[in-house]
Ligand binder design. Structure first.
Ligand code: ADP
Length: 486
């Protein structure tokens, strides 16, 4: 099958969170299973410098954006004969310090930046030599693509247009802009109504995708159920219920080529279930690096996260306050809200021998933290899929997670299945509930045989991409059968 994937971030070229990881891994997995894969993404600052294999194509990109003509060029990187990356080079839009924001504030022209990107994706879908059967777009930044394709197919004579698939990685981010921004789409006004791209008087890019895509997926089965309810629907639950027949939940896979302690070149020492000595060495090395007391017998908790309310960093702060009297250590690597960053830094100042906080985005440190930790905290308010709990499992780092979305789908608590237990789950979103789970973890840590049982189950859990790609291929097949291609 010929696929075109479109995403505003793709690891290893750009990443702000799980979206980049997922699309990068999906592209490689689909290609290695024999699909012909093209991927399109913006050319952000620094990509060309870090990846010298990029070549400029002579493909011109000219888009009407409202009343302006905006030009771009396309850079290409052929990773292998089955996988080509296309980068949209529009320096005014993408040559910036951040992907979407700086200092916690969104760029004011994000509508222009990503409506333009969506138009470039649509043009690429028409121009690619291997014409895509399916254009698979991710999140609101590419959310208008299904509408553009629909429009060209139904009203502008693009008879053999590809099918479109939208994956929702986080319903809380919808790309909502004012009515005036709809003009940037250059579409007729008759898509701008409550059954189209309009949402409370403004433009909603994700809603446009949900309404016009031929298939809709999200990143875990439980989240697929949750988002059709008012509590998790972020105002779009009604639209999602109407489109439920096209909606499926597919748990993300893990790229074990990158996240496997046996082959992780970013670790001071590799390790595996059969040889856990390396994990101990990683822990001592991280304690040394971060200036914590070096002692393998002190339980080490960690969290690598965007500092936003969704991630439960507020209740985590409260629970740590409550629990830090115990013998334990905690490491946070996070970026996002300056208010949360300050609060965590305060905690570190008050508990200098127990807490280390690193504010910023640091890919290599994130690997070292995963390997070094005994427990990984993920007390999210909601979590579409979550990747770090699955990385943690493979690294023998026991995840402590709230019972929501992909966290519930990927972690097994002892109450659910004693034999297969690999983590700790809790339900109530409160400081008291999380403190209780940290207390449980301390008990678990003190019982090395039980800890070993959890570690074994964790490290042998398998979330490889094979299952995930098979499920997506089924979704594509169904979309292709929706209507015979004209
Ligand atoms: P989300 O996409 O909601 O941020 P996920 O758990 O799906 O959450 O994915 C987060 C990804 O981003 C993981 O790979 C995680 O390690 C990474 N990440 C998040 N914050 C940081 C950070 N400050 N430094 C390095 N990596 C980070």
């Amino acid at each position: 099958m010929n696929l075109l994937l479109a995403s505003s971030e793709i690891h290893p070229y750009s990443k702000s969170g799980g979206l980049g990881d997922m699309v990068g891994a999906m592209a490689r997995a689909m290609a290695s299973e024999g699909q012909q894969v093209a991927v399109v993404t913006p050319l952000y600052r620094g990509i060309r410098e870090r990846f010298s294999e990029l070549k400029k194509s002579d493909w011109p990109m000219r888009q009407l954006l409202g009343s302006q003509v905006v030009e771009a060029s396309v850079w290409m990187l052929e990773a292998n004969p089955k996988l080509t990356f296309y980068f949209i080079d529009q320096p005014e839009f993408y040559d910036r310090a951040g992907l979407y924001q700086e200092n916690g504030a969104d760029y004011p022209d994000n509508a222009e930046r990503f409506i333009f990107f969506s138009k470039c994706v649509t043009q690429l879908a028409r121009d690619l030599p291997a014409k895509p059967d399916v254009v698979h777009v991710h999140d609101w930044q590419a959310g208008l693509v299904p509408l553009f394709i629909y429009h060209l197919r139904e009203r502008a004579g693009w008879g053999n247009a590809p099918r479109s698939c939208l994956t929702i990685h986080n319903l809380a981010y919808q790309g909502m802009f004012s009515r005036a921004h709809y003009d940037l789409t250059n579409l007729p006004l008759d898509y701008f109504h409550p059954d189209g791209a309009e949402f409370y008087g403004g433009l909603n890019c994700l809603k446009a995708g949900i309404t016009f895509a031929d298939a809709i997926t999200t990143v875990s089965p439980r989240y697929a159920r949750e988002i059709t309810t008012e509590a998790f629907g972020c105002g779009l639950d009604g639209v999602l219920r109407r489109r439920q027949h096209l909606l499926s939940g597919i748990l993300n896979g893990v790229d074990y080529g990158e996240w496997d302690p046996a082959n992780d070149t970013l670790l001071p020492q590799a390790y595996s279930l059969e040889n856990l000595e390396g994990k101990r060495a990683c822990k001592l090395a991280l304690q040394r690096e971060l200036g914590l007391p070096e002692d393998a017998d002190i339980p080490l908790f960690s969290n690598i996260t965007r500092l936003v309310e969704q991630k439960g960093v507020d209740i985590q702060l409260g629970a740590l306050e409550e629990m830090l009297a115990a013998e334990m250590q905690f490491v946070l690597l996070g970026s996002g809200s300056p208010v949360f960053a300050r609060a965590y830094q305060n905690l570190a100042e008050r508990f200098p021998t127990k807490v280390v906080v690193r504010v910023g985005f640091d890919h290599t440190l994130s690997h070292r933290i995963e390997a070094a930790s005994d427990f990984y905290l993920m007390p999210s308010l909601f979590e579409p899929c979550g990747l770090n709990q699955m990385y943690s499992l493979r690294y023998g780092t026991i995840p402590i997670v709230r019972l929501t979305g992909g966290l519930d789908d990927s972690v097994i608590d002892i109450a659910e299945d004693e034999d297969r237990a690999n983590g700790i789950k809790f339900n109530e979103h409160s400081v008291a509930a999380l403190s209780k789970e940290i207390r449980k973890a301390l008990v678990l840590f003190a019982h090395s045989d039980l800890m070993q049982h959890f570690r074994k189950n964790a490290m042998t859990a398998d979330f490889s991409w094979k299952r995930t790609t098979a499920e997506y291929l089924k979704v594509y097949e169904t979309a292709l059968q929706l209507r015979p291609a004209k």
